[in-house]
Ligand binder design. Structure first.
Ligand code: KPL
Length: 303
């Protein structure tokens, strides 16, 4: 099978390597000719993991190419999902398989409404990766990946996914897993961006830790009212575990703020606040975080 990957960031490139190792043909879709011309060796991708470098060959294309797409993995930033799919939609074969692999929530429902007849999945991962250069990605951890169908009729895994050599769980209901990742991101990402600190530094300052706990309590109340079971232990425990395990990480939101890029705050805390409002729950801590991150820089409508 031939997978096209939209979003050639760290996770998109990591999945190019994973799919390629699973015997799939892979094409990375790049923004434009300029980005494509910046690849040192056309199509060669280096994945560095535990001191070893695996090189994989993939094809490179720009968004403007016109080849038909039969299998599409979307690993763009959450806010780009729908517009990217709208742009690529004329190239999708009528039964093209589409997988969304991103942070945040809201975009899955929007894509499902836009592509109601396609086999469509959402996936969420705790894999950690960062890009040293366009063609060179460090895999810090393969983490755990959960995938589940958004379209009711799709009970199978996307082509080739069963052969991937990563911890992968096929779920009948992906939403609780999306919520769990969202909950962790609500707890860690905005606060690291506001305090300009690594994940672990949320735990070593009482004021930050107290804010993180307060945000967690609100998220738990909203999730419970939405009928979602988050974790078997409290969200404060889970967020503490993740912040400890990723202590040296710069969260994705802090990285975006530092580079003055648009953040995923609307798809993370923004989604949480929308749900809270719909359920009639007050979330002052998260609402304040949403406003403070909005005030930091480029937001909705900006890139
Ligand atoms: O997913 C993350 C992110 O940075 O977006 C966490 C779990 C916070 C790790 O950095």
């Amino acid at each position: 099978m031939h997978w096209h990957i939209l979003g050639a960031g760290a996770i998109g490139c990591l999945w190019a390597g994973i799919l390629s190792r699973a015997g799939q043909d892979v094409t990375l879709i790049l923004r434009n000719r300029h980005t494509l011309d910046q690849w040192p060796t056309p199509g060669r991708l280096d994945i560095l993991q535990a001191g070893t470098c695996h090189s994989v060959d993939c094809h490179l294309e720009t968004l403007a190419a016109d080849t038909t797409i039969t299998h599409l993995l979307v690993a763009t930033k959450a806010y780009d999902t729908l517009s990217a799919i709208e742009a690529i939609q004329p190239r999708l074969s009528p039964d093209a398989e589409v997988v969304l692999l991103q942070n945040g929530m809201g975009q899955q429902q929007a894509v499902h409404a836009y592509l109601p007849t396609h086999p469509l999945w959402a996936a969420t991962t705790t894999a950690g990766a960062w890009r040293e250069a366009r063609h060179r990605v460090h895999c810090v951890s393969l983490g755990d990946t959960h995938i589940g169908a958004l379209s009711a009729a799709t009970s199978y895994l996307p082509a080739g996914w069963a052969d991937m050599d990563i911890p992968l769980q096929h779920c009948t209901d992906i939403y609780p897993h999306l919520w769990r990742k969202l909950a962790i991101n609500c707890a860690i990402n905005p606060l690291t961006a506001l305090f300009d600190c690594h994940n672990g530094k949320l735990l070593t300052h009482p004021e930050r830790k107290q804010k993180m706990y307060a945000a967690c309590h609100e998220v738990e109340r909203v999730a419970a009212a939405a009928g979602i079971t988050l974790f078997s232990t409290s969200l404060t425990d889970q967020a503490t575990t993740v912040a400890t395990a990723t202590a040296a990480n710069v969260s994705s939101m802090l990285a975006d703020v530092r580079h003055q890029r648009r953040t995923e705050i609307e798809q993370i805390t923004g989604f949480l606040c929308q749900q809270a409002q719909a359920l009639g729950i007050e979330v002052p801590v998260n609402r304040s975080l949403l406003q403070q991150i909005r005030a930091l820089g480029p937001n909705e409508g900006a890139h």
